[in-house]
Ligand binder design. Structure first.
Ligand code: GTP
Ligand code: MG
Length: 195
């Protein structure tokens, strides 16, 4: 898809702030610092529209980005960040769970994982949870540029096996640095948001 407009819309803390124009939504879940915001920036080819940082925990609310007046990317706060308080974590869990379970305009969840490492227990939990509720998802294994290309197949295999990704399920190796997987992901996003 040719991106002609991309704009930050709102930093939502709950349903009262979710947009009401009923455009399809693509949500990004993944552990803190894995590269969710960078993934959005690469998709829209903008350096820093979605705020990124080498300090984990940067994205604290659900940030809505409207693309081509046609769909939203919804950037979630990352999970698994040790410095987040228990109370905050519980609040985050509730907000995200409610959104995932009830949001009618949600079309696809991108579960962003780090291709370099086996999934964390939180990654596995999120994968199982999405599957259990039948929420359409795609595992996006990012930071591929950080390992040699020759080792991608091995890392992909380990990731798929550890999560339990079945043949035919969506899985895209990705890199926000070199643009790997961008076309495939746009094709999927377009097919999931077609009207
Ligand atoms: P939170 O908002 O804390 O949940 O983090 P996030 O998942 O949004 O991660 P973010 O996009 O801010 O990226 C974290 C760090 O990883 C930044 O320093 C990015 O530059 C780096 N990074 C993200 N994606 C890639 C990638 O594909 N390749 C490389 N080399 N670095 C990446
Ligand atoms: Mg972020």
């Amino acid at each position: 898809m040719k991106v002609t407009s991309a704009e930050f819309v709102i930093s939502a803390v709950g349903p009262a702030q979710y947009p009401e124009d009923a455009l399809p939504e693509i949500a990004l879940a993944g552990r803190s610092n894995v590269g969710k915001s960078s993934l959005i920036n690469r998709m829209i080819n903008r350096k820093n529209l979605a705020r990124t940082s080498s300090t984990p925990g940067k994205t604290q609310h659900m940030n809505y980005y409207r693309i081509n007046e046609r769909l939203y990317f919804v950037d979630f706060p990352g999970y698994g960040y040790a410095k987040v308080s228990k109370v905050q974590r519980a609040a985050w869990g509730k907000m995200v769970e409610k959104y995932l379970a009830e949001r009618e305009t949600l079309k696809l969840v991108l579960l962003v994982v780090d291709l370099r490492h086996p999934p964390t227990s939180d990654d596995k939990m999120m994968y199982d949870w999405l599957k259990h509720y039948g929420i359409p998802m795609c595992v996006v294994a990012t930071k591929a540029d950080k390992i040699p290309k020759t080792r991608w197949p091995k890392h992909i295999k380990i990731m798929k096996e550890a999560l339990g990704v079945q043949p035919g399920e969506n899985f895209i190796p990705y890199s926000s640095e070199i643009g790997l997987g961008r076309e495939d992901l746009w094709n999927l996003v377009e097919s999931m948001t077609a009207v």
